[in-house]
Design a protein around this ligand. Sequence first.
Ligand SMILES: [Fe+2]
Ligand SMILES: [Fe+2]
Length: 280
Amino acid sequence: MTLNAQTPVGQIVTERLGRAAVLDRLGIDYCCRGKMTLGQACAERGIELGEVLRALSAVEIDAASADQVEYSALPAGALADHIVETHHTYLREVLPRLDVQFDKVVEVHAERHPELRQMQDVFRRQWAELVLHLVREEQVLFPFIKQLEAWASLPRIYRGSVDYPIRVMEHEHDSTGSALKSLRKLSGGFAAPPDACPTYRALLHGLAELEADLHRHIHKENNILFPKASALEASLREGKAAPSPSSGESPARSATTTPRLPSPGSPAAGNERSPPSSSD
Ligand SMILES: [Fe+2]
Ligand SMILES: [Fe+2]
């Protein structure tokens, strides 16, 4: 589609992931605020719309093949699997590594760069939240989405809505987005000071990569997977057959209770309560 001032920024990236680098560079939030229009984003950032459109058009021509995967064309369950295999695996590998680097860098450089201690606090708090967030998605929301995809129609005693756990996850994404903004601000855009040692530079480089990966990760969930899941549930409510089931689970054998999640902002995965009830 033709991009213009009215195009939502999340949709711009959904159509071509390579455009994310342009929006990242301009500081336009396409993941947590994906519904914002490009015109609004440009006005907010004080950027000229024409310049952004030209930069985005260049991506159309030069896009690397790796960016051409059409995530929006994947069935919801396959997209959830891709997110776990790619982004969740990456987080579980990189977060402990960055934590070790933070310890070393704070010990040597925090006296001259006190912002490092604040950055470490933000990182550690967010790391703890992220670990729980990944578990909630893998054990509750993503299996729920796969169940919806497997059903040809909603079971008679189906209760609740996938929108409830989605709202919880979006709330947690907002928290991650705020932490990333803090890290970027405290580090001056992840720029290494002249006296930075190789570990200090590696830490900042790793944090910049973490930010880029989390932006794409959250974008795929907020702007592609979650709307797909809501639409799937809506079509089942209307009595339409679910498109392309991804698992062989039959309605008769499927669980008939809705997975449960803690309320938005609740820190403990085990402290769950039931989602609001609504029958089909
Ligand atoms: Fe995720
Ligand atoms: Fe998530």
